[in-house]
Design a protein around this ligand. Sequence first.
Ligand code: NAD
Ligand code: IPM
Ligand code: MN
Length: 365
Amino acid sequence: RRSYSVTLLPGDGIGPEVVSVAKDVLSLAGSHEGIEFRFSEMPIGGAALDLTGVPLPEETLAAAKESDAVLLGAIGGYKWDSNEKHLKPETGLLQLRAGLGVFANLRPATVLPQLIDASTLKKEVAEGVDLMVVRELTGGIYFGKPRGFGTNHEGEEIGFNTEVYSVSEIDRIARVAFEVARKRRGKVCSVDKANVLEASMLWRKRVTYVGLEFPDVQLSHMYVDNAAMQLIRNPKQFDTIVTNNIFGDILSDEASMLTGSIGMLPSASISESGPGLFEPIHGSAPDIAGQDKANPLATVLSAAMLLRYGFGEENAAKRIETAVIETLNRGFRTGDIHSYGTTLVGCKRMGEEVLRSVDSEKLVS
Ligand code: NAD
Ligand code: IPM
Ligand code: MN
């Protein structure tokens, strides 16, 4: 039996609800493939603030670094929104990403035929969309210095941040994107704001340069404002999108709505070596937290990405993805993806149905 250690970071809001479902699905799918998990659960975000006074306790980062992979729910909530920056739940998440060095965040948006009616777009536009946003995750304006609050020459209060990228940061994320595209449909669209921003000018130059190493991949460039529009106008034109930290954050939420709901979008964050971080792209959804309404599928699909990108356990990953599709085929929907003629269920029940689907796969195979 293969055995892996997984650090669970449930976090805040709907985080614990969706992680609990994903953990059970991971265990069951693993057991069918002869895989066993050693889980440990650690606090992060608001939960950690309440417990220890900081959003990323040293013990949590240490446990994450020592494990084979990390599965995170979500962090944040009204309660901590007016905290000082270093005491915000979001700061804990950024410290975790930086601490693990997970610079490449893969966010796939796949429109499933089962959910075509859940999309807010016309069927002809959404149908068949299958794209991957490769978001740079440990650089750019999220981490750039100088940053802070101050006073301008007129004595007025200001807040400021810096968008900064180095050649090595751009080159390594570009390489990940080209490698990803090679295994997909061989197209990379690099999204930037090179008509205005120096950091983007360097970005475009280096992505073009790295692209020379990948003559089999077709590279194009697009300004981010146009990309935001094209994602709604004709999303099928995209295969792999590579972009900086903040544009990737925004464009992936936009892309999620092609699939029907942000509650469907998983992600994998990987480093050069060491454990990966796997999390849904959505947040803690305080508006529905604690009501058993959350869609757990983004986190369940993140667990599949954990198996694939973290451990190379392709069969177990497929098992989870097939079970999700089978559960949708059987008509179960949480509120965010519910449409006429389907069965509305809560987070827990959705999890139970996915488990049932995982088990029935065993019977057919
Ligand atoms: P959000 O993603 O939490 O929620 C946006 C909307 O989508 C809400 O209406 C919510 O109910 C809905 N939604 C999100 N996930 C869902 C799911 N699984 N099932 C059904 N509906 C879902 O974004 P927000 O409201 O802007 O942020 C809320 C908090 O989450 C903030 O504190 C923010 O900083 C934090 N946040 C955390 C992460 C993360 O942990 N990675 C990501 C984004 C936002
Ligand atoms: C995400 C979130 C985070 C981000 C926040 C909560 C720091 O929006 O994971 O997409 O901006 O990266
Ligand atoms: Mn986001």
